[in-house]
Design a binder for this molecule. Structure first.
Ligand SMILES: [Zn+2]
Ligand SMILES: [Zn+2]
Length: 553
């Protein structure tokens, strides 16, 4: 609406309605037009809009706005950091309607001449554009996995006696994916080619395909490349191994040779057999990166990786007390029903009261009373009293010591002032780590995969400090965060740092993200023992209590 010169009053009324709707307990889809009008901050016009969505599943006005907005602008809107007011100026003043054009206008020096576009702003926009360019063609692992499962199922049902498995970075569960890779074996390459050509959702790219490699694109809003490596039944496991590991993993020379040469020169009945042939411990697909796992495999010291079934509960979640969609009780009962022993609730703190409904001290007290009551009713299930405390610009947390001491645990996170250089960001985190009330660090870089880079930090210094102060590091399991990055997990484990896989659920639906956090943990070699939320309620309770005793002494 801002892009299309709608009047400010109208835009404000939408913002206001959204703010109120996010805080209502009522399920909008079940309400009549009259009932919707009764919600605070919702006028007649907006009530009609909600009703239209309820009746038709669509919104004409939104479709019209989208139709009248160039695709390139819609793409730019998805990037964090260029607001719609700025986009409107760029579009109307310079005719910028795509990322490429914007980059061109910056290079010509035209953007810098516009009102409201200082050097710092233009520098930021340039960085965002570089980031967007790098993100092109990529999707989140969660989306890639869903697409890939779909394709695999279709192929299994359309080609008789077929063998198919994920390969490449998809099988190694990278956080973002630009190519869905499969190894397929059937009667002949021709049978596979013909079957794939029948798929309406996949278009073959003949110029990039060969006899044993079939390349194409999955047709969707965000086209994704797909590649099928054709194999034979005899060579399936060798091909799978060769198409899964990184080059560093495959070509590393162990004392009995490399995996690549071994797999290329023989046939095997399983991948396990190939590792065995070299006297190596079997490496799970997700760790085959050619890093820490090589020596471990050779010395038969590979750790047993954490599994989803090991998880005993979820720490770091939100309820309606801040910006969550479900009540505290709904979140707790959901966890209990799916077999968890406990729920760590850590709603937002007061510094975020404007945009995340963060809690002031009175609300904290109220929440603690409700937790006490629920703990009586739900026992032995336990709700831990936590908070996601904001790390302020100077590194301090946004409550006094008395309030901080009233929690079982404190997740310290940065949510504002993200535009920092590495020194400032690292120091800000270091101050928070040294705070005796900090139990764990939340989403350590603030990145949003494919949307926002996150502030730069010196991971090594931060991890070392967490080891010194006994601060837990979170693996934020949200598919768009997966933060701490898996590339740093093994280093953290080496320093003896404890990790916690946190879904950061803002609704009961969010607990399923635990799976993606487990994937990331496994990539870094995470074990059950070094994952806080595989422990029993009692063990965690003791851990929290002992930590709190240290504050007092
Ligand atoms: Zn957060
Ligand atoms: Zn959170």
């Amino acid at each position: 609406m801002e892009l299309h010169n709608e009047n400010d009053f109208k835009i404000k009324s939408y913002h206001n309605a959204v703010y109120n709707l996010e805080r209502t307990n009522q399920k909008l889809t079940t309400l009549s037009l009259q009932d919707i009008e009764l919600i605070e901050g919702v006028g007649k016009g907006i009530a009609q809009i909600i009703d239209e969505i309820n009746q038709t599943g669509n919104l004409g006005k939104l479709n019209e706005l989208k139709r009248n907005t160039p695709k390139g602008i819609l793409k730019l809107m998805k990037l964090r950091g260029i607001g719609s007011k700025k986009l409107k100026t760029l579009w109307s003043e310079l005719g910028v309607d795509s990322a490429d054009l914007l980059a061109e206008e910056i290079a010509k020096g035209n953007v810098q001449k516009l009102k409201g576009f200082g050097n710092k702003t233009v520098e930021n926009i340039s960085e965002i554009l570089v980031f967007a360019k790098e993100a092109e063609g990529y999707i989140h692992y969660a989306d890639a996995e869903n697409l890939a499962i779909d394709i695999k199922t279709q192929i299994e049902s359309s080609i008789s006696d077929v063998q198919i498995e994920f390969a490449g970075k998809l099988r190694r569960k990278w956080e973002i994916i630009n190519q869905l890779e499969f190894v397929v074996a059937a009667e002949s390459p021709m049978v596979m080619d013909l079957a794939l050509l029948k798929f309406e959702s996949i278009q073959k790219t003949p110029s990039k395909s060969g006899l044993f490699t079939w390349r194409g694109v999955i047709i969707s809003n965000e086209p994704v490349e797909v590649v099928f490596h054709f194999s034979t039944k005899e060579k399936f496991h060798s091909t799978l191994l060769l198409k899964t590991g990184s080059q560093a993993h495959l070509t590393h020379t162990f004392k009995n040779g490399s995996l690549k040469k071994t797999a290329e020169s023989n046939t095997f009945n399983s991948e396990e057999e190939i590792y065995k042939a070299l006297d190596l411990t079997f490496c799970e697909p997700e760790i085959r990166e050619g890093n820490w796992e090589l020596d471990f495999a050779e010395n038969n010291e590979l750790p047993t990786l954490v599994e989803l079934q090991d998880i005993t509960g979820a720490i770091h979640n939100h309820s309606k007390y801040s910006d969550g969609e479900n009540t505290l009780e709904e979140m707790a009962v959901f966890c209990q029903q799916q077999g968890y022993q406990y729920l760590g609730i850590s709603d937002h703190s007061k510094a975020t009261s404007f945009y995340a409904n963060g809690m002031f001290e009175e609300t904290v007290k109220k929440q603690h009373l409700e937790i006490d009551a629920l703990n009586k009713n739900l026992a032995p299930f336990k709700i831990f009293k936590g908070i996601e405390a904001d790390i302020l610009a100077d590194g301090s947390l946004d409550y006094d010591n008395e309030t901080l001491a009233s929690f079982d645990f404190v997740v310290a996170s940065i949510h504002s002032g993200l535009n920092m250089d590495i020194t400032k960001a690292t120091n800000r985190l270091l101050t928070a780590i040294a705070n005796p009330h900090t139990t764990m660090l939340g989403h350590i870089t603030g990145r949003l995969l494919l949307a926002r880079k996150g502030y730069p930090i010196n991971h090594k210094i931060i991890i070392d400090a967490c080891a010194t102060y006994g601060v837990i590091i979170e693996i934020n399991a949200h598919p768009k965060r997966l933060d701490i990055d898996w590339r740093w997990i093994n280093y953290a484990l080496d320093q003896g740092v404890l990790l916690s896989i946190n879904p950061d659920a803002h609704a009961t639906d969010g607990f399923k993200d635990m799976y993606y956090g487990v994937c990331v943990g496994r990539k870094g070699g995470l074990t059950k023992e070094q994952t806080l939320n595989t422990w029993s309620t009692e063990k965690i309770e003791t851990y929290f209590n002992e930590r709190k005793l240290k504050i007092k002494s």
